[in-house]
Every structure is written in C-alpha cells, then in structure tokens.
Write a protein that binds this ligand. Sequence first.
Ligand SMILES: [Zn+2]
Length: 168
Amino acid sequence: MDIVTHALSGVMLASLMPETTPEQKAIIVLGSVLPDISFSKAYFLIAKKAKKSVFKLNLDDFTKYGSIVKPKIKSYLFFHSFIFLLALLIVGFLFSNIFLFLSLGWGLHLFYDLLLHKYKEEELRPKPFYPFKKSWDIGLTNAWMLKPRHFLIMWFNHLVIIFMLTIK
Ligand SMILES: [Zn+2]
C-alpha cells in the first residue's frame, strides 16, 4: 500500500488512543510507515527500468521488472514478517515502551499489507512468517491495480475517521 495510506492509518490508530503523548503518537505513525522504507528505492529502480514516473507504475511493471530488485525483496519480507514484529514487542517489553508504540504502528502496516497484496503467483504473496517460506493468500485486492481515484477515496475515508475521532 502507498505511504500516505499507511501514515494516515497510523494517525487513525494514534487518534484511538487519546491518553498517549504527542511523542508516543508520532512513534505509532513512524511505525506505520517504516516497514516500507527499505524497499522504497526498489520503486525508483523499477520506474527507471520501465522508463516512467514512479507514480505511473502498475502491476505489469512490477511483475516484468521485479527480478531486478530481488535482493531488496528479502529485506522487504524481513521487515514485513510477524517474527520481526514479535522481536520488536519483546524489545519493547524488556527495554523501552517506545518499541511497543512502534510495534503498534508496525503491526497495523503488516495487517493492511496482508489484505491489500493479493497475487495469483504464489511467490509474490505475503510471507508473514518469513524466513519461513509459507505464503498467505488472504488478500482482498492488489493495491497495484488501484487507480488514483481509489487512493483519493481511501485517503479521504481515513481523514474523515481521524476527524471523527479527534473532534471534542
Ligand atoms: Zn508494506
């Protein structure tokens, strides 16, 4: 899913927790965008290969040129694994609750991606327990197929919910 939707989902989650401090809210939002950061360069590499803007990439470009970013897919799977999330939670319980707030946003990101990454090809499906190879097919749709207007609707919906959660 795109970074704006992930960030807005983090704001939405933070809005559900009015007793948290602004710093803790910021960490939740940070957690909701961080899982994709290591992979973000891959989008630009694919765009360069496909000779188009990163905003115009579609599912075909991803399947056609995905192999050039294969080394990056490993780090993508690593940061999108519930095993990594579990490690974050353990660090949070043992050392600092900063990591607990980070893992809240992180968990929400993984949940969104599971539902929005539907693929016919088994090797492209989410592997929520990476490095274990088992893939899951519980996606409802594939975010690569969404049109700009779908993103606008999604952002708008999140903003409405955030507004409803924050008005006094
Ligand atoms: Zn992601």
